[in-house]
Design a protein around this ligand. Structure first.
Ligand code: PMM
Length: 291
């Protein structure tokens, strides 16, 4: 089995990758906690993060910009307004060993988030959108997740085409990882992610998931973010049409990803995915059950 060193960040216990890491999604966009005043929203976001940690999430991934297909861009100032107070309050509320990551493509937002208590950066543009992002991760000693995306969220699902989706995504991720290392990020602090649903058809997503062992074999910890995504509905049309109905399919991807050697999964539903990851990992590593 691939063994990874723990991820590290200043001022926090290290994040072990010896067993699968569950990253819980906390989107702080106006439609996520839309029941009133600022304090109510802040409170609801912190409670949601605490609940995911209690259900077994090791990292809470906070984002102030939706990257769903067709989504409009959110300026850095507005992203900061949405996430900074939530991160600061969450940092106080969470157990010390639970990390917070910041889902942004903008170095200005990542800087404010790291200052407020985030420990790692999740950049869906893999450091391409903001030239300062890789240097920031290097300077702050923070791990960074580099994700593959074809095009931009606004247009990425307009007939994405590849000659060899697995080869192209792999080459891209290795090139971006090399760029991160060249900017001073330690190799062990780089996480790579095939970007399920980002400029990909259902067939592309399935091909990438089937090829996870190849990506894992490149030596970087691999993150898979497939939670509630459309391709799950596409392959299970009888049951998976609405995003909220894709939990079974999400857990299937989690189990597959862990069996294939992925180190992290990014999910909305922490408890069932924690269980799926733990069971898949126990089978993979042939652990003796603790009864
Ligand atoms: N997916 C979304 C947002 N951020 N980050 C990473 N690293 N990988 C992903 O697959 C990913 C991401 C979009 O999903 P959401 O809108 O349901 O949060």
């Amino acid at each position: 089995m691939t063994r990874h060193e723990p991820l590290t960040t200043p001022g926090r216990p290290a994040l072990s990758l010896a067993r699968p890491v569950v990253m819980g999604v906390l989107n702080v966009t106006p439609d996520s906690f839309s029941d009133g005043g600022r304090f109510v929203e802040l409170d609801a976001a912190v409670s949601a993060g605490q609940a995911m940690a209690a259900q077994g999430a090791d990292v809470i991934d906070v984002g102030g910009e939706s990257t769903r297909p067709g989504a409009a861009r959110v300026p850095a100032t507005e992203q900061k307004r949405r996430v900074v107070d939530v991160i600061a309050a969450l940092r106080d509320a969470l157990p010390a060993e639970v990390w917070i990551s910041i889902d942004t493509t903008r170095a200005e937002v990542a800087t404010a988030a790291l200052d407020a208590g985030a420990s790692m950066v999740n950049d869906v543009s893999a450091g391409r959108e903001d030239p300062g992002m890789l240097a920031l991760a290097a300077e702050r000693g923070a791990p960074i997740c580099l994700m593959h995306m074809r095009g931009e969220p606004a247009t990425m699902q307009d007939e994405p085409a590849y000659e060899d989706v697995v080869g192209e995504v792999e080459a891209f991720l290795l090139e971006r990882a090399a760029a991160a290392e060249a900017a001073g990020v330690a190799r062990g602090q780089i996480v790579i992610d095939p970007g399920i649903g980002f400029g990909k058809t259902a067939e592309h997503n399935l091909a990438l998931l089937a090829a996870l062992p190849r990506l894992v074999g490149r030596g970087y910890p691999v993150l898979v973010g497939a939670s509630r995504k459309r391709f799950i509905g596409a392959v299970s049309p009888a049951t998976g049409c609405a995003a909220a109905d894709r939990l079974g399919g999400t857990c299937a991807v989690t189990a597959h990803a862990v069996a294939a050697g992925a180190a992290l999964v990014r999910v909305h539903d922490a408890a069932p995915n924690r269980q799926a990851a733990d069971v898949a990992f126990a089978i993979k590593s042939n652990q003796k059950p603790k009864i």
